[in-house]
Design a protein around this ligand. Structure first.
Ligand code: SF4
Length: 425
């Protein structure tokens, strides 16, 4: 059977779809990169914002329009809006996030497929647009926090950790598949281990992965700032730990943070960043920011932008608040007008772009190691390659061979179109 797999939204979704791919390959089926070749399709949807929900619908329609008659849908959008998703063209089955694990069993039953014999299923990147060189490993799911704007905690439920053994097997399969970088991912990764009650914590897990498997690189997808304590700092020192932390702040105004139900206010957040930078001055710190939250006054926004400017992030995502069904914030009044949200988002993006530029300039004429991820352009033996540094900078170089999934030392020469241009040394 030929199966097309689609993942929308977060890295957790992608790691889950890659796992489904491995089980299907193990049972002798082909994962195709083009919808028109597929007998069936499986779509892992997202609903974090209203535009993510729209992307999920668009993707299902695109697959149906390409002639695929059997689409199996799962993920956050399928969990929070089942009645809408089931009515979309060619959708034959729906699985909530809880039921995701049943997709494979049902498929095997439906199509009388014998599960694969091998227990260790080597990771292979997906074909087509969902191809990723770096291996995203699911370590945790769900969340026990109560941010008032967040639909993810509703769609994914309580925090559940993968066991160490499950994670070790996935890491092993990824490394056997040639992955040079392991990215641990989850909804609230920092809460990994708290439900396992064996006193094991995320820093200990990272150290064990490093000691057992010596991956070239290990990265964390995102951490809520309140989960970081000094025990992380010893892990940050390790040469294979990617010097990049994504620490969502959401707002630089305490008034707004309290309405959001966030567990850390600006003073603590600033102290945390200062502590990290005093030990790791070159650590890339990126963030998530939301503008236009209900009740965010002009004064709150000015405070927020001043705080963000002062922290000099090395990058970040800026979202316009969109009410998510079933969240407490969706019932809040003092709605900020869309026009004003667009204006605030533009201002905040400019602040992030300026500090990101400052951060990049620090690395001009320096050497960085880059994992090549894709060929941007190619003619005969000339390749324009792009890849990521450990501190999450995108670099492009000209090369005479395809170095995808290899790591090279690169001298950074200049900044062009938001990319660092380099030369392999
Ligand atoms: S920490 Fe907050 S924003 Fe993050 S998943 Fe949990 S509830 Fe959502």
């Amino acid at each position: 059977m030929k199966v097309f797999l689609e993942s929308i939204g977060c890295r957790l979704n992608l790691s889950e779809i890659e796992k489904i791919a491995a089980e299907l390959r193990n049972a002798g089926h082909e994962i195709v990169g083009d919808t028109s070749d597929a007998d069936i399709a499986i779509v892992n949807t997202c609903a974090v914002t209203s535009s993510a929900s729209a992307d999920s619908r668009k993707s299902i329609r695109r697959i149906a329009n390409s002639g695929c008659e059997k689409i199996y849908v799962t993920g956050c959008y399928a969990t929070v809006a089942p009645e809408t998703v089931i009515d979309l063209p060619s959708v034959v089955s729906l699985y909530s996030n809880d039921g995701k694990k049943d997709i494979i069993t049902d498929l095997f039953e439906q199509f009388q497929i014998q599960p694969g014999i091998s227990t260790s299923v080597v990771r292979e990147p997906l074909p087509g647009k969902n191809h990723r060189t770096r291996a995203f490993i699911k370590a945790q799911d769900g969340c026990d926090n109560h941010c008032t704007f967040c639909l993810t905690r509703i769609a994914r439920g309580k925090s559940v950790s993968q066991t160490k053994t499950e994670i070790f097997v996935d890491v092993e399969n990824a490394l056997k598949g040639g992955a040079k970088e392991i990215v641990l991912t989850g909804v609230n990764l920092g809460s990994w281990g708290k439900d396992l009650r064996d006193g094991f914590t995320l820093p200990k897990l990272i150290s064990q992965i490093i000691n057992r498997y010596s991956p070239n690189r290990i990265r964390l997808s995102s951490l809520e700032p309140w989960d970081i304590d000094r025990s992380y700092f010893r892990v940050f020192e390790h040469p294979s730990f990617c010097q990049h932390l994504h620490l969502p702040l959401q707002s630089g105004s305490d008034v707004v943070l309290m309405k959001m139900g966030r567990k850390m206010l600006t003073k603590e957040y600033q102290e945390l960043i200062q502590n990290i930078r005093s030990d790791f001055p070159e650590m890339a710190i990126t963030t998530d920011l939301m503008v236009g939250f209900p009740g965010e006054s002009e004064k709150d926004f000015i405070e927020s932008i001043a705080f963000v400017k002062n922290l000099n992030f090395s990058g970040g995502h800026v979202f316009r608040y969109s009410p998510r069904p079933g969240t407490p914030a969706a019932k809040m009044d003092k709605i900020v007008q869309e026009k004003e949200k667009i204006y605030r988002s533009k201002k905040m993006r400019q602040v992030i772009a300026d500090s990101e530029d400052q951060y990049k300039k620090k690395f001009l004429n320096k050497k960085l190691s880059v994992l090549w991820e894709k060929i941007e352009k190619q003619d005969k033996e000339n390749y324009l390659l792009s890849g990521l540094t450990g501190n999450y900078l995108r670099v492009t170089v000209a090369a005479h061979e395809d170095l995808q999934n290899m790591i090279s030392e690169v001298q950074i020469i200049k900044i062009e179109n938001n990319h660092l241009l380099g030369q392999i040394v």
